[in-house]
Design a protein around this ligand. Structure first.
Ligand SMILES: *Cc1c(COP(=O)(O)O)cnc(C)c1O
Length: 369
């Protein structure tokens, strides 16, 4: 097994450094560990990443999506347009609030949602679009926002993989009614677990603050029905340390990608749209034949790798239609991507030697077919 290979380059490498440990210990020793000053500071500091928008911290990226939908009043009888080529959390959040995901395809050659498919999927019940900035590449917000405006739809950006990504200089999380980030350990920055909702609407921000805390602003003066989706101050303190390092880590990811782009000729390297700032949560190549064999050959050369995601959401059990068959979705580009993608290591801790090995291993695949 590859796990026994001491030289294996891991596909992801979450950082829990001395600074993170010190921050956690400092908060633990203070005795004030639940949502408090660290969370407020984390929200304040994170807003710089999203053009000064209001930020509301929650306990996961999935909670962020769920709360954003709830805060926008989305629920039973509503349809939300979602790409099927994403992590299940995108659609789960829609179902958890009682609404129905309507799955659409990605653009040919890209991994993000196809704006034409979105426009074609709008029905009288559609209330929102959830573009996913998959792998750290911004979705085509320049084309999606006008569609949303034309049909009066809310846009909830799933930016769980895209901290610091931008399109035309505008950061993700600063386009839609709400943007949702994740701080799960493998993401570009983490807080052990955690999430952030960003919005330009102060009223929505207030509603989200109520919703994450039992509907209370003043203790025991509950104004609405809410959940407990609070972030702890321990998590926020770790998130603050990571946020400081995010710019350097992002530059390193981008530099690693630039190197791999320049060296890899054996497989299809990741597409980058004009005006897109890709932050390479994943460096995802396409293998058009025998992906299983290719993954094995990468492992044999010590290159950890992973498929995100082998099964499109519309083919996962909770989203199958009548009789356990997939619903009436026609998503050829999604199916193709699910068959072809492999993500190679791209994390900031890679050494030049490891990058060299990754490029060589990727190039070896072309000849091995
Ligand atoms: C990670 C992720 C989420 C969920 O974030 P959690 O913090 O794990 O709940 C949602 N959407 C996408 C695309 C993700 O990658």
């Amino acid at each position: 097994m590859a796990g026994q290979n001491a030289d294996l380059i891991p596909p992801a490498k979450p950082v829990i450094g001395e600074a993170e440990i010190e921050a956690a210990v400092r908060v633990l020793r203070s005795g004030m560990v639940v949502q408090g000053p660290e969370v407020a500071a984390f929200e304040e500091e994170f807003s710089e990443l999203v053009a000064g928008r209001h930020c509301v911290a929650v306990n996961s990226g999935t909670s962020a999506l769920q709360l954003a939908l709830l805060g926008l009043g989305i629920g039973r009888g509503d349809e939300v347009i979602v790409p099927s080529f994403s992590f299940a959390a995108s659609a789960n959040a829609v179902r958890l609030v009682g609404a129905e995901p309507v799955f659409v395809d990605i653009e040919p050659g890209s991994f993000c949602v196809d704006p034409d498919a979105v426009a074609a999927a709008v029905t009288p019940r559609t209330v929102a679009i959830m573009p996913v900035h998959l792998y750290g590449h911004p979705a085509a917000m320049d084309r999606l926002m006008p569609i949303a405006e034309r049909h009066n739809l809310a846009v909830v950006e799933d930016a769980a993989q895209a901290h610091g990504a931008a399109l035309g200089g505008q950061p993700v999380g600063a386009f839609g009614a709400a943007g949702c980030f994740s701080f799960y350990p493998t993401k570009n920055m983490h807080a052990l677990e955690g999430g952030m909702i960003t919005t330009g609407d102060p009223q929505l921000a207030r509603t989200l603050r109520l919703l994450r805390n039992q509907g209370m602003e003043q203790r025991y003066a509950n104004e609405i029905v809410g959940a407990n989706m609070r972030l702890t101050d321990v998590a926020a303190a770790i998130g603050r340390v990571q946020l400081q390092q995010l710019p350097d880590w992002t530059e390193q990811r981008r530099a690693n990608a630039k190197f791999l782009d320049s060296r890899i000729t054996g497989v299809i390297t990741p597409p980058v749209a004009d005006a897109a700032r890709h932050v390479y949560h994943q460096y995802t190549v396409r293998i058009t034949e025998d992906r299983d064999g290719a993954q094995q050959r990468l492992l044999e050369q010590g290159v950890g790798n992973a498929v995100y995601y082998p099964t499109p959401i519309h083919r996962l059990k909770p989203y199958l239609g009548e009789g356990g068959q997939p619903g009436p979705w026609d998503l050829p580009e999604t199916e193709r991507a699910a068959r072809e993608v492999v993500s190679l290591p791209i994390h900031p801790a890679l050494t030049p030697d490891q990058l060299e090995r990754i490029a060589n291993a990727a190039n070896s695949l072309a000849g091995a077919r």
